[in-house]
Write a protein that binds this ligand. Structure first.
Ligand SMILES: C[C@@](CO)(OP(=O)(O)O)[C@H](O)COP(=O)(O)OP(=O)(O)OC[C@H]1O[C@@H](n2ccc(N)nc2=O)[C@H](O)[C@@H]1O
Ligand SMILES: Nc1ncnc2c1ncn2[C@@H]1O[C@H](COP(=O)(O)OP(=O)(O)O)[C@@H](O)[C@H]1O
Length: 299
């Protein structure tokens, strides 16, 4: 097979995000539940006759050489050469981006994970999921989660993952119109860095009791983001009048859970015109898993 088109790279929400400490290298120790949702960038891959990795469309603000998709594919290409001796064919990739950058939705990381899954398949490189996760971690702390591909309780810097059952619900997501750089949040002196560790059962029992209505824990990055980026605070305050609204990741997007699509639609209809807003449903597993399984059956 020489092509894989219409490959989804779904967004994630951090249902809660606690900072429990800091490693010697400055990276922060986190606890979080990562939830996949059905809003996604779309990637298209074609093998080339040479060995180049090429992105064929422009992505404003992301030069080709810095694109996580291109960097991830080059990393896997080099790993392939180590294992099989000789480079695999190059790849042309086109990305249709709808996920905002610096939105806390993990768009860049998800694009990279989808590219790794697609190339592992196209090249028949043979890396196991865990091997791809280890390969990709240096590119971004969120990429292992997208490769894991299920709702996950995450620890460490996001690489220690356990599957967990998440709420089956609808989310309204507001894009406050600012891009939040992750390092700016983690380097803030007033960031909470000492939240008491929780255990996975605390999350599971809290959501079993309240359904999706009241989120577990909090997002420790939110206070700093609201202070540095006032539009984030405004979005949390507005959506907060409809439920337990909170920020995802290091921001800027803000979300709130609803048990029915109709409830989500009612809130969406009232969102002030200055914000982009949309609804999304929780996803139990990464859509690339079924896409690649179907592909394998057809081949
Ligand atoms: C905090 C999260 C939660 O999902 O935020 P979002 O980026 O999704 O908003 C992520 O783990 C972010 O992961 P990612 O966006 O891949 O961050 P990276 O590129 O690895 O790190 C950017 C910078 O943030 C800081 N950083 C990041 C992660 C972490 N656990 N501790 C840190 O201190 C480091 O200074 C690092 O150089
Ligand atoms: N394919 C990509 N899509 C989005 N951002 C990318 C990509 N490749 C590299 N980046 C860089 O990663 C940064 C974070 O983007 P993104 O992952 O979308 O946000 P967040 O980590 O807040 O969820 C961007 O500002 C951009 O500089």
């Amino acid at each position: 097979m020489r092509s894989l088109h219409h490959c989804p790279a779904p967004a994630k929400l951090n249902l809660f995000l606690h900072v429990t400490g800091r490693r010697a290298d400055g990276y922060h120790l986190l606890q979080s539940v990562f939830q996949l949702i059905d809003r996604a960038d779309t990637l298209h891959f074609d093998l080339r006759d040479d060995e180049q990795i090429v992105r064929t469309n422009d992505v404003p603000g992301v030069p080709e050489e810095q694109d996580l998709i291109v960097r991830a594919l080059r990393l896997l290409q080099a790993e392939y050469a180590r294992r099989h001796g000789g480079l695999p064919p190059g790849i042309e990739v086109r990305v249709e981006k709808i996920l905002p950058m610096g939105g806390g939705l993990g768009g860049g990381s998800s694009d990279a994970a989808t590219a790794l899954m697609a190339a592992n398949h196209l090249w028949q490189a043979g890396l196991a999921q865990q091997e791809l996760m280890i390969l990709a971690l240096p590119l971004g702390a969120d990429i292992p989660f997208f490769l894991f591909g299920e709702t996950a309780f995450a620890e460490g810097i996001g690489e220690a993952l356990q599957a967990v059952r998440g709420p089956d619900c609808w989310y309204v997501v507001l894009e406050p119109g600012v891009s939040v750089p992750t390092p700016a949040i983690f380097s803030a002196p007033d960031l909470t860095r000492d939240t008491e560790p929780v255990i996975i059962a605390d999350f599971s029992s809290s959501y079993a009791e309240s359904g999706s209505r009241i989120g577990f824990g909090k997002n420790d990055l939110q206070d700093v983001a609201e202070r540095l980026f006032p539009p984030v605070r405004e979005a949390v305050e507005w959506l907060g009048s409809y439920g337990d609204a909170r920020m995802t990741g290091s921001g800027a997007c803000v979300f709130c859970a609803f048990s029915s699509e109709r409830d989500a639609d009612l809130v969406l209809a009232r969102v002030p015109g200055k914000w982009k807003a949309w609804k999304a449903h929780s996803l139990g597993s990464h859509p690339m898993k079924s896409l690649l399984q179907n592909q394998a059956v057809m081949e």
